[in-house]
Design a protein around this ligand. Structure first.
Ligand SMILES: [Zn+2]
Length: 317
């Protein structure tokens, strides 16, 4: 985890002024309209530039970016940053209300922080997410990125097995901002290491709060499951929020399946690479085949859970 430094970011250029004030006003208005369309539609060049600048922030090589059903990060081989993939779903971002360069930059800072943490094994999923939110806050403070839209979107996200509740996440974004500001105020350059240390400190201070949120989420999930089965056995009817929950289960599993399918592809390529006389001799081939089979069975398991979730949803509609 050494050798990280935070590097400065680039900003969008605006039109240079002319000698004619009326023309300047017109050009300014035109620019606002163009900016608004750009902020709303999140064009490819913007996506690529924010992913790359988020990677630069962590001192990482630029990743592959693909259009996907969700926005996510895939580490592949966790000992290197060179094969990382960022999946981007414009539709998901627009539906969540991510608007403009600042909010998208913080989303991608979150995703690139997953890259930065890829070689730390066995982090609790909630803590992993909170670290990524925290570092989005650190960057927001260091590079004067407006975090209001990002936080407004986060606060409305529901907690689950893998993601903490929105209020906790915003709390960690704010804490990241505060820590970076304090370091800078004390004349200390924020680095990945000193910020991570302050994150771990905050995590241990907040462990009880986090635990309470976790229990509340588990409670809510078991309540929904119970209500689902009650509703099924007695009336066969579901409320709107229960149907939304079933839909979101399907979406989450579709996303997971997409991810696991890519994982199978990755392991297939690994097997092909060592399918050589030497690879067979030194055992690499057998090892990679085992990894591939594991990825396939993971993928099959997700596919069967998705099928179940789709059936539950179909029954409810
Ligand atoms: Zn995440």
């Amino acid at each position: 985890m050494d050798n990280y430094s935070f590097t400065p970011d680039t900003q969008m250029q605006s039109y240079p002024y002319t000698d004619d004030p009326k023309l300047d006003i017109l050009r300014h208005e035109a620019q606002l309209v163009i900016q608004d369309v750009r902020d709303f539609s999140l064009p490819d060049d913007l996506v690529i530039s924010v992913v790359n600048s988020a990677s630069d922030f962590f001192g990482q090589p630029h990743p592959y970016i693909i259009n996907a059903d969700g926005t996510w990060e895939m580490a592949n081989d966790t000992s290197t940053f060179n094969d990382d993939i960022i999946g981007f779903s414009r539709q998901q971002m627009m539906e969540m209300g991510i608007y403009g360069q600042d909010a998208l930059s913080l989303v991608m800072t979150h995703e690139c922080c997953h890259r930065a943490l890829q070689n730390i094994g066995n982090i609790d999923p909630w803590e992993h997410e909170l670290a990524c939110d925290y570092f989005a806050g650190v960057r927001a403070a260091m590079q004067h990125i407006d975090s209001s839209n990002f936080e407004n979107v986060l606060i409305n996200t529901q907690g689950g097995e893998h993601h903490p509740v929105g209020s906790l996440r915003v709390d960690f974004v704010e804490h990241g901002k505060q820590m970076a500001q304090e370091l800078i105020g004390d004349g200390i350059q924020p680095t990945f290491e000193n910020c991570l240390e302050l994150f771990n400190k905050h995590l241990s201070e907040e462990c009880q709060t986090i635990q309470l949120h976790r229990e509340a989420v588990i409670d809510m999930q078991s309540h929904i499951q119970k209500t689902d089965s009650d509703q099924l056995s007695f009336t066969g009817k579901y409320s709107g929020s229960e149907i939304n929950k079933l839909k979101s289960d399907v979406e989450t599993l579709e996303y997971e399946l997409n991810y696991k399918n890519s994982d199978v592809g990755h392991h297939q390529r690994c097997v092909d690479l060592v399918d050589t006389p030497n690879g067979h001799k030194n055992g690499e081939y057998d090892y990679e085949v085992k990894q591939l089979n594991k990825a396939i069975s993971d993928c099959d398991y997700t596919a069967s859970r998705l099928k179940d979730a789709q059936e539950r949803l179909n029954n409810a509609l």
